[in-house]
Structures are given as C-alpha cells and as structure tokens.
Design a protein around this ligand. Structure first.
Ligand SMILES: NNC(=O)[C@@H](O)[C@H](O)[C@H](O)COP(=O)(O)O
Ligand SMILES: [Zn+2]
Length: 439
C-alpha cells in the first residue's frame, strides 16, 4: 500500500494578540498554500496557524478539499493501528505556528480530570475534555512568562514594589515573605503561602487595580534600572520597568501586569524550547514559535485578555510549583533515526529531537544547509505533520516527491520513509519542523 504524502491547506486564527498582516508568520505560512477564503489584510491580526484534525479548525487535503479528520476516520492506518486504538481516528496532537505581537493571556491548561469537569460544565468556554500539555520552540527570539519564580524572588518584589504589596495584601505578603525566607521548611506550607499571596493579588478590585497600576507605571518610568531595587538576578530592574510599561501600553490597567512579579520571565533564541505541563501558569509575550500540544483548545485565563476569564478556577487549579526558569527550558538532543548525506554533514546540518515527557507528541527540527543536503528518516509507526519554516527543497515518501518551501505543510502517514532534500544556496538553510506521535 502506498503510504500517503498529503499537502495540507491549514486555517489561521485571528486573535487580537497576533502580528498584523504579512508581519505574521502564521499569515505568511497560511498564504503559501492556495486557498479560496484567505486574503491577508494588512491591519488584521493573524495569531495561530493550526495544523491537524482539531474540529475547531481542521486542516484539509489541498487536492481534494477533504478534512484530514475525515481521511483519518476513513483509514486508521494513516495514524497506525496503535495510535488509532489509543487516541481514536484523529491526531493525538495539535501543531501550530504562533506569531505574537502582544502578550497572550495569563493562562493555564487544565489536567485531564479538570478538563472533563470544565467541559461538562461549560463546553462553550472549554471545548475539549482533554488535557493540553504544550511545548514551544522559538523560530525568532521569543519572550514569555512561565511558571512561578523561586520564592525568594517573589519575596524580593513584595518587599520592594509597594503597589504589588498593596494588591496582595499586607498580611498575605508578610506571611509569604516569612515562609519564603525559611531555610528548608515544609514544602506544602510554602506552596500554600504562595497560593494565598497569588490569590490575594488575583482577587483585587478593579478600583484598586486601576489605582495601583498608575502607581506601578509611574515608579517604572521614574526609577528605570533602580525599579524594584534593581530587580533580581534573573530579571533586572530595567527589564522589569520596560515590561511594565510595555504591558500597560498594550492592556492599560490590568492585573496581569502584576503577575509579572510572580512568574519567571524567559527569553528563547531560535531553536530553544520550553515545555509546560498541564496546570502550569504562563503567558507568552512576543516572538514567532512552533507550538505542539495534546489535542485540546482548553485555556483557563485570568488577565491580559479581552476573552472570557475564569480567575477562581485558575487560582484553584495551579500546582504552585516554583523553580528557576532553566528547569522549564527543554534541551533538544540529536535525533538518532535520521541519516544525513555527505553534503549535509559537511555543511553542518542537524536533525534535533524535542521530546517532552508525554506520549502524544514529539517534534524534530531539521536544518539542512546548502544545495543537495539530505536527511533520510527511518519509518515511524505513527502519523507526522511537517511544516517548512524557511528555505526550500523536496519532500519524498517512497516514489512520491513534492516541492516544499516556506509555509508548505504536509501530512505523512504511518510507516513512511521520509526524505527531505535541500534546494537552497551554499550558505542558506532549509528548515522544517515535524510533529509526530509513535507509541
Ligand atoms: N500558550 N499558548 C497556548 O496555549 C495557545 O495554544 C493558545 O491557543 C493561546 O494561548 C490562546 O491564547 P488566548 O486564549 O487567545 O490568550
Ligand atoms: Zn498555553
């Protein structure tokens, strides 16, 4: 049986935080494939390119116009028997490109049990009964808020940023600082103190938020590098002052600006990645990323957004784990199931695996430098989606070979032997990302 290589036409979601017009990688990539209902408007935000079978925006076979969801339902072998019997006739993952012009919501994604409860209670705001662990890989330099800071850093801000302490509440703040400074001590008590302080902040009244936002922005603008007593080693005062004024410029008075002092501020260079388990609090701030997640669109939001917010659910659901940002970053490893040809080796090409500790997906980034660089992948017992994010070349499965260039997306059925070959100049790069599930 001929294993299919299907060119996909993928939809793009226009959330308010997306980059506008052709500045958006999501828009450019979507527009690379002929479509009768997509014309990029210069002043419209294009946030997310969706690649997969999620019913909210299912990708289509470019040739027939049929959805990938239908094709997988008709022929489970596209997914492999093992994947289909565990996850049903759909992809276990949702693959995206995000192009971020302004901050996403302060958010977390419910674990499986909570997702089922939220979906049963409110399927409009929680469309899936599935968890949504997610991984982000930077395509351009990226900024994000991700996971709670080490407690000592939060204590520092509660002692040096008066508007923050006012919103948290004096007793919650002093209890937290005392717990944070205790050497060793009871982990559960520390997490409880963190939840109490964070809950105090998130329950602030709109009037208090307005008043304290004005004070915070005035301090940030007047103190600059001395803001927050110069900040902490992971986030200096000048960086915090700039972020406060930037987020205020984007959202006006918003509780999310104060959450900045509770969450790690992380920057990723292209190729760097972070992984978020379910119930991890985060908010992406800027940059273009490839994102892969379990098949779900459940987002619990609490700030920095015009969308539906569910603050009490967010405060209750978080794990209150805290750690330095390096523990959230993911380190890619060389992918052992691909063979590079001589051109690829000599030009420093690479095939890197991003493999989070969950079953639904992994991602491989293939970077082929120069003419004729080639990577041959061992067959996978599972489905893949491949997107080209830069350069051009060819993609082949058995005797079927197609052109591929920036923005092109392909579905590769199970047990395919995939070959990628570069067609760029000597010092140029042909870059692809492949999301796959193999169990
Ligand atoms: N962290 N990234 C994600 O979870 C994306 O996959 C989500 O689709 C976006 O976060 C959605 O963000 P808004 O709800 O529009 O603020
Ligand atoms: Zn998220």
């Amino acid at each position: 049986m001929q294993v299919p290589l299907i060119r996909l036409q993928c939809g793009v979601n226009s959330y308010e935080w997306g980059k506008k017009g052709s500045e958006s990688a999501a828009a450019r990539f979507a527009a690379a494939t002929p479509s009768d209902n997509l014309s990029i408007q210069a002043d419209k935000p294009y946030a997310e390119l969706w690649m997969g079978t999620h019913p909210s925006n299912p990708s289509k076979d470019l040739t027939t116009g049929r959805t990938l969801l239908d094709l997988c339902a008709e022929n489970q072998l596209l997914l492999s028997q093992s994947v289909a019997s565990k996850y049903g006739s759909k992809l276990p993952f949702l693959f995206k490109v995000l192009s971020i012009n302004k901050a996403l919501s302060i958010q977390a994604h419910p674990n499986k049990k909570l997702a089922e409860q939220l979906h049963a209670r409110d399927s409009k705001n929680y469309p899936d009964d599935n968890h949504k662990p997610e991984m982000a890989i930077a395509i351009t330099p990226f900024e994000g808020l991700c996971g709670f800071r080490p407690l000592g850093e939060i204590a520092h801000f509660l002692e040096t940023v008066k508007p923050l302490r006012t919103l948290v509440g004096e007793s919650e703040a002093s209890q937290f600082v005392q717990a944070a400074k205790q050497e060793g001590g009871d982990e559960a008590a520390k997490k409880k103190a963190l939840q109490t302080a964070f809950g105090g902040l998130m329950s602030s009244s709109p009037e208090d938020i307005d008043r304290e936002t004005a004070s915070l922005v005035a301090l940030a603008e007047s103190e600059g590098a001395d803001f927050a007593a110069g900040g902490v080693s992971s986030t200096k005062g000048a960086v915090l002052a700039e972020l406060v004024t930037r987020l205020n410029g984007q959202f006006g008075s918003d509780i999310g600006i104060f959450v900045l002092f509770f969450l790690n501020f992380v920057t990723l260079q292209p190729g760097e990645a972070l992984f978020l388990v379910a119930d991890d609090i985060h908010a992406y701030v800027s940059g273009d990323i490839v994102e892969c997640m379990a098949a779900s669109d459940n987002v619990v939001r609490a700030g920095l957004t015009p969308k539906f917010k569910d603050v009490s659910t967010l405060v209750d659901m978080l794990t209150y784990n805290y750690a330095p940002i390096d523990e959230q970053k993911m380190t890619p490893t060389e992918y052992p199931y691909a063979t590079l040809n001589r051109n690829a080796y000599s030009s420093g090409s690479s095939v890197m695996l991003y493999d989070p500790p969950i079953e639904e997906f992994s991602v491989v980034r293939t970077l082929l430098r120069g003419e004729g660089a080639k990577a041959t992948f061992d067959p996978l017992e599972g489905p893949s989606i491949v997107i080209c994010t830069g350069g051009k070349g060819t993609i082949a499965v058995g005797p079927t070979k197609q052109e591929i260039q920036e923005g092109y997306v392909f579905f590769v059925g199970s047990t395919a032997e995939l070959v990628l070959e570069s067609a760029v100049g000597q010092d140029e790069e042909f870059t692809t990302f492949k999301a796959f599930c193999e169990i």
